[in-house]
Design a protein. Structure first.
Length: 403
């Protein structure tokens, strides 16, 4: 983009790094200290937005990098938000429910002065969920309602990813997968390809992979391979995603669950490893599990001509360059999986306006937001003849600087 170095320096550095030491009473009566962060990267486009993660490997550098990526993702999706991220260094699986609540509330108290519906809007991330958001929201409202110009119901907009009973929105659970399918459809339209002719393989059968696969089929594509951490299945027929989920719940894994038209029978299909799934001769490959699964070891074996990055960073930089040069179209994660944060924005919007939307209305709005986001990046991509990732970052940075 030929930006001057002072502008680049400013974009790289976050606006604020908040570090906290939380002192929490544990079940054994002793106090324990926890290190926590909230990093606010850039708010040129609107309030900071980004999740809070609870994990023993959380570090300041990681939170800062993730906050930066949230600035890019929100700008790519055309949202009036900047980027932020937070985290506490601990393993929540080693705590009792009561300890988890006390740690969360201590963090809520610490961040109360630096967040708010128009300042910084956190959300769930690794190991955090609607219950954690409820504890945080209650603590925030307790600390701020007397000083705030907002009604209590609007103060709830300070957190998204809330349970429905707490002001959450319909459509959030499926949003990332649904948004990814909307982006895929927009790409196919540009390429003049028919959805009904697309064979798709999806790696990962969690929230993102499951809904991507299910909605892709609803929208006319044919998903012929899926997998979870233990391996997967493939065959010649379109899979029955709901039936595979039922079978996975019984068997504990996707491998062995070859289900077509309501019937599961592995002898009609084939068990595959995760490595084999990535190398299948499909039209569209959707890595929706982990980072760096497509790398220099396997990049030459990838046969799909379109890859939709639903996981964060599933393709290493080297593999991205190699595949792009080979003519593979890769929709970058900052665009492909931005449906989740887009619906978080719709949750925030409903809370602020005192509205409750139907699921249909949320889905429709998400679809049009994703289509618009794709269109802009596609135009930049065409003009600059670069990769979609380059186009997405240029569009995002351009928006952040213009404001
Ligand atoms: P999840 O925990 O619900 O599911 C992860 C899935 O990946 C599970 O099915 C697991 O079995 C599978 N998996 C683990 N190791 C694997 C391996 N080696 N090979 C194949 N599959 C493996 O997580 P999720 O919410 O679906 O998130 C998946 C990815 O999408 C992550 O990179 C996440 O950061 C990203 N993402 C999620 C959201 C969201 O709204 N949930 C939004 C943006 C990005």
């Amino acid at each position: 983009m030929n930006l001057p170095s002072d502008v680049i320096d400013r974009l790289v550095l976050p606006n604020a790094i908040h570090e906290f030491v939380l002192e929490v009473k544990m079940d054994n009566g002793k106090k324990k200290l926890f290190n926590a962060f909230r990093i606010q990267h850039n708010n040129n486009l609107g309030p900071y937005k980004g999740g809070i993660r609870f994990h023993q490997n959380v570090s300041r550098d990681e939170v800062q990098a993730l906050a930066t990526l949230m600035s890019i993702k929100c700008a790519v999706a055309g949202l009036p938000y900047g980027g932020g991220k937070g985290g506490i260094i601990f393993n929540p699986k080693e705590c009792s429910e009561k300890e988890l609540e006390r740690i969360t509330v201590a963090f809520g108290k610490a961040i109360s002065p630096i967040i708010g519906p128009e300042i910084d809007v956190p959300a769930p991330d690794v190991n955090t969920n609607g219950q954690i958001m409820k504890w945080l929201t209650d603590e925030y409202i307790k600390n701020s309602s007397s000083k705030s110009k907002f009604k209590k119901s609007q103060l709830r907009a300070t957190f998204t990813g809330k349970m429905l009973s707490e002001g959450g929105t319909l459509g959030r659970t499926e949003a990332t997968g649904r948004g990814g399918v909307a982006i895929t459809e927009a790409l196919l339209e540009k390429l003049g390809k028919k959805r009904s002719e697309m064979k798709v393989a999806v790696q990962g059968f969690g929230n993102v992979g499951f809904y991507y696969a299910k909605i892709a089929i609803e929208r006319g594509m044919s998903v012929i391979a899926v997998s979870d951490s233990k391996g997967g299945v493939t065959g010649t027929e379109e899979l029955d995603i709901d039936q595979i989920m039922k079978c996975k719940k019984e068997k504990g894994e996707v491998a062995g669950c070859y289900c077509v038209g309501g019937v599961c029978d592995i002898s009609k299909g084939k068990k595959i490893t995760n490595a084999q799934l990535l190398e299948l001769p499909v039209d569209i490959l959707v890595p929706a599990a982990l980072e760096n699964v497509i790398n220099k070891e396997n990049m030459s074996k990838i046969q799909a001509k379109i890859i939709i990055e639903m996981a964060n960073g599933p393709i290493s930089e080297e593999a991205y360059d190699y595949l792009t040069k080979k003519g593979v179209l890769i929709v970058p994660d900052v665009l492909a999986n931005s449906g989740g944060v887009a619906v978080s924005y719709l949750e925030w919007y409903q809370n602020m306006k005192g509205q409750t939307w139907s699921e249909e209305k949320v889905n429709k709005k998400l679809h049009s937001m994703m289509k618009d986001a794709f269109e802009e990046i596609w135009q930049t991509y065409k003009k600059r003849k670069s990769s979609l990732k380059q186009a997405a970052f240029e569009t995002a940075i351009g928006r952040m600087l213009k404001k």
